[in-house]
Each structure stands twice: as C-alpha cells, then as structure tokens.
Design a protein around this ligand. Structure first.
Ligand code: DOR
Ligand code: ZN
Length: 353
C-alpha cells in the first residue's frame, strides 16, 4: 500500500473560534499540524496583547499536547496515535495601530490580519477605505518590525469579481510598502495567481476546497451549503491556475485551509454562514490530489517548506504518515459538518510522530 510522509505540516490560515467550538475543533488540527496561523475574527475581534495572550492560552489548553481520551477517540481509531506539539501562530485584527502599540505587542503576534469592513464573518470593524496615507504609519511600522500583513482580498463588488477587483489594492500596497510582507489569503482566481510574480513582497495561501471545486460544485446543482465560503469558488480556469502553482510548488504559495467551522444549523439555514470545514481531512485530501497528478513529491513544499522559508519559522517537529487507504469521513464533528461528510476519501492518516 502506498504511503507518504510529511514533515511539520503547517496550516497558514485557520479559524478555531472560541468556547465550546474551540474545544470541539482544536485537536483536529493540532493532531496532524505542527502549527497554524490563527485568525482573529472573534466577537469582539482579537486586538490587544491581553486578548492575544488569553486566546492563545485557551487554544493551547483546548489542544492539549496529546490527543486525550474524548469523543474523537472513535474517529482517531487506533490507540497510540498521539498528536505531539502544536504552536498557534497568533494574529490580531488590523486597525491603524501606532508604532508604540505595535512595539508592545510585536513579540506576541505572528502577523496582522486585514479585513475589508463587512466583507465576511465578523469583519464589521475592518478597513472601510484603502487610503494609503491613512494606513502608511501603521504599515511602515509593520514593515520595520517585520510584521507580515495578511489580507482578505475582496471588494464589495459583484461576488464573482470581488477578488479580481481587489488586485488594484494589492498593487497599491505592494508598491507603496515594498518592505512589507503581504500575504494574499485564500486566493481563488487566476488574477491573484498572476500577481504573485509581479511583486517580490506578495505571497499567497490556497485552501483545499479551491483546488478541488468551482462554483459548479457549490451552486450548479442542488445548493451545497457546506461548500459555501468567502471568497466563493470561481471558474474552472481559476481552479486550473491555483492547481498549477500548488502542484508545482511555486515558492510563494502556501497551504492555508481557511477551515472555518460553523454549527450545522448556521449552515443549513435561510442565510447560510460562509465557511468550509476541512481541518480533519485536509492532509488526506491533499495527498490524494497531489498523488492523482503525480506530484506527491511537491506536497512537502506546499504544506510546510514554503511557509518556513517565507516566514522564516522553524516549526515543532512532527512527522505525519499518510496511507492510500479509504477513509470514511464522519458525518459530523460535534455540531460541525465537514467537507465530504459521509463520503469516502482515498487516503488516511496512518501515524503521527
Ligand atoms: O468563508 C469564510 N469563512 N471566509 C472568511 O473569510 C471567514 C470565514 C469565517 O470566519 O467563517
Ligand atoms: Zn479565513
């Protein structure tokens, strides 16, 4: 049976939420990933040093350092699978912070996440207009302190054009702040892929779902709420462009799941919340996809090495072995329905060291 090992997998964009939801989902990532970049869009958003430190502690405690005996035992199956260490890489919600504020919080954060106001879940307090001069003091201070800017890149235009329209904002930021590391989060379009090689300070994360689906899978037949996320999946040519850079291990592209858990009632309702929950299946599905395209050898770069080079990080040791053996995806993890719920995928986690 074919197996494949990955060293220190990293999820460079993850929503863990808080409270009961955090308790339900945290271990599903800490089990197989060495670290993850934690999104700050809680209510209220994570902005202060106190909030970051307290949230990080709640995450660490929800993860534990090993898989504990709990309701997920059945899902993890065999005894002896242990998770090892996991590092939450914390972010704060962008605001026009001054230099002293950033100086004080610098050591506690990995990056700052910028949301356009009202564009997605809990982003009401985001940036309302991208005026370079208003943002200049903050962005220049971030560049000096080597704090990366992670961006949700969508305008409030027509939904299929939002990301492409945002390219002019990326250009503005990349040109005006050449020393600032800017990450285009969860890109979904060929337009974003094309930007990567235009500016040395632009990087990108890509999710599992955007490598696999287009708008057809979301809304071409019966509406699939569990595949609805923001940015929404786009056209076949966009997916091709994303696949091309991921499969070929483009050095500026990293895996970021954007795994975004919502309770089943918030997804299967009138007014479906945006977010696809992929944390427990991401590595298995990526293995299957890269193997199908004969590119398994490039998966290590996509799920860890590129992020290590881009951000200059050295993650906790972890070795995850996957095996080409069917895995029936559970219908639910707690209250959350994962992508491929109830379906069988081709690869499973065999072991985690
Ligand atoms: O689909 C999404 N869900 N996109 C986002 O940008 C936010 C996320 C969430 O927090 O649920
Ligand atoms: Zn996100």
């Amino acid at each position: 049976m074919k197996t494949h090992s990955l060293l220190m997998p990293l999820d460079m964009h993850l929503h863990l939420r808080d409270g009961e939801m955090l308790q339900n989902v945290a271990k599903l990532t800490s089990y197989t990933f060495s670290g993850a970049v934690i999104m700050p869009n809680l209510v209220p958003p994570v902005k202060t040093k106190e909030q970051v430190l307290a949230y990080k502690e709640r995450i660490m405690s929800a993860c534990g350092m090993e898989i504990q005996e709990d309701e997920f035992d059945e899902i993890f199956e065999e005894e002896g699978l242990s998770g090892g260490d996991f590092e939450p890489l914390m972010t704060i919600f962008y605001d026009n912070y001054d230099e002293d504020y950033l100086d004080d919080i610098r050591d506690e954060i990995f990056g700052i996440k910028l949301y356009p106001a009202g564009i997605t879940t809990n982003s009401e307090g985001g940036v309302a207009s991208f005026d370079v001069e208003t943002m200049r003091p903050t962005l220049e201070a971030m560049a000096r302190m080597d704090i990366p800017l992670l961006v949700h890149g969508e305008t409030d235009g027509f939904v299929m054009d939002r990301e492409a329209e945002f390219m002019s904002v990326y250009e503005l930021l990349a040109m005006n702040f050449p020393d600032l590391k800017i990450v285009m989060e969860h890109i979904t379009t060929k337009a974003a892929v094309d930007m990567l090689d235009k500016y040395p300070n632009l990087y990108a994360t890509i999710t599992v779902q955007h490598l696999l689906i287009t708008l057809d899978e979301v809304a071409g037949g019966m509406l699939q709420p569990h595949l609805f996320c923001k940015p929404i999946a786009k056209r076949p040519e966009d997916r091709e462009a994303l696949l091309n850079v991921a499969l070929n291990a483009h050095p500026k592209v990293m895996f970021g799941s954007d795994s975004a858990p919502h309770p089943q009632h918030a997804k299967e309702s009138c007014g479906c919340a945006a977010g696809v929950f992929t944390a427990p299946i991401a590595l298995q599905v990526l293995c299957e996809l890269f193997d199908k395209h004969g590119r398994l050898d490039n998966l290590q770069s996509f799920v860890s090495d590129n992020a290590q080079s881009i951000y200059g990080i050295c993650p906790e040791f972890k070795e995850v072995t996957l095996v080409e053996q069917p895995f029936k995806v559970p219908a639910k993890y707690g209250e959350v329905v994962p992508m491929y719920a109830g379906e069988t995928i081709g690869w499973s986690i065999e072991d985690v060291l």
